[in-house]
Ligand binder design. Structure first.
Ligand code: SF4
Length: 79
């Protein structure tokens, strides 16, 4: 089972572009808003889908996800 399949089986949703896959689990999200403070265009809770990876470079998104306190957000770089 790939990492992606594993995380999706755990309840994560996935968002991806050519460089990075971002995962988010609504059951774990504590709405601490670190992500929105990090970049309110990538992470916009009013929009659907609420994560849009086109608004920032993959590295910036990864740095923001590293500050998520709950583990609701995860990422992996594509090869
Ligand atoms: S930083 Fe993590 S816990 Fe906080 S709102 Fe974003 S996804 Fe949810």
């Amino acid at each position: 089972m790939s990492n992606k399949e594993k995380l999706i089986s755990m309840g994560y949703k996935s968002y991806e572009n050519d460089e990075i896959i971002v995962y988010w689990n609504p059951k774990l999200c504590q709405h601490a808003t670190e992500c929105i403070r990090g970049n309110a265009k990538v992470f916009d809770y009013e929009r659907r889908p609420w994560i849009d990876l086109s608004y920032a470079p993959a590295k910036e998104i990864a740095d923001i996800i590293d500050r998520c306190p709950s583990g609701a957000l995860k990422y992996e770089y594509k090869d």
